[in-house]
Every structure is written in structure tokens, then in C-alpha cells.
Design a protein around this ligand. Sequence first.
Ligand code: FES
Length: 104
Amino acid sequence: MFKQLSTTDPVDRVNVILNGRLVEVPGGCSVAAAVLSQNPGYTRTTPVSGSKRAPFCMMGVCYECLMVINGQANQRACCVMVQNAMHIETQQGVGKPLEGRENG
Ligand code: FES
């Protein structure tokens, strides 16, 4: 669904753990952009209905991109720069990582 525009500059790549899986993503961008490059489908579920949400505004306003980043819940993934060896988890409800996973 999302792919980086072609460029003549080489794109740095970093390795992150996304929902327990080691993946290579573009560096120099937000966690939200990096996660979207992996087509995860969604980044969090709502606390009330459990409906799935994904980044929308990409500028820190809508809070649809909340994820568990390095064990910290409720992080706006669009406001955090991706770094090598980050642990990124889909957030369920008020701040639990994806079911069956531990923080960190
Ligand atoms: S995508 Fe809207 S706050 Fe992150």
C-alpha cells in the first residue's frame, strides 16, 4: 500500500523488531512511516470497541498511531524517529502490546 518514492540518494536501512519479528525498514523517518512500509494493516486498537486504527495525520494531532515503542505504551509513532534495534509493538486498547507479546 505504501512505498517510498524513488530517489537517487541511497536510503539508510535499519533493523527493528516489529511485533516480535526482525524487519528491515527505511531509516531517517518516523516509526509510523517505517511501520507503514511493512503494511501491518493497523497500529493500534481502540479501548472501547477494539476497532483497528492506523496513522492518519502523520503530524502528532490525531493519536491514531499510538504504539508500544521500546516498552513504552501510548507513543505517537509519527513523532518518534525510527532507530536501529527498536522494539515496536501494535498497541491494544489502553496500552498493551499485541496479544501474546511482552513489553520490551
Ligand atoms: S498519525 Fe496522527 S498523531 Fe500520529
